[in-house]
Ligand binder design. Structure first.
Ligand SMILES: [Zn+2]
Length: 87
């Protein structure tokens, strides 16, 4: 697979940032659940990663700070933290 979803990197960054304001479980499992949930509600943005450093040259800040992403990420955090996983 030579395409990557830019939103994965964007959501990961926003999730990390927004989680600072939440007092909830932040283990790998919960973070993965939050990532998946947020990504499922957001429109994917695929780019071709074959062309060398194309991905690294993409300005992720262009996709950040949009209300849609923060709303999706916040909702994912609230949903996952409301029903924490069973260890
Ligand atoms: Zn957890």
């Amino acid at each position: 697979m030579s395409v990557v979803n830019v939103m994965e990197a964007v959501v990961e960054e926003r999730l990390e940032k927004l989680l600072e304001d939440f007092d909830c479980c932040k283990c790998e499992k919960c973070i993965d659940d939050m990532m998946a949930m947020a990504l499922n509600t957001l429109k994917p943005k695929y780019v071709n990663s074959v062309k060398g450093e194309l991905f690294s040259r993409i300005d992720t800040t262009k996709y950040q700070n949009t209300i849609d992403i923060d709303v999706a990420v916040t909702k994912a955090i609230e949903t996952v933290s409301a029903s924490p996983h069973i260890n």
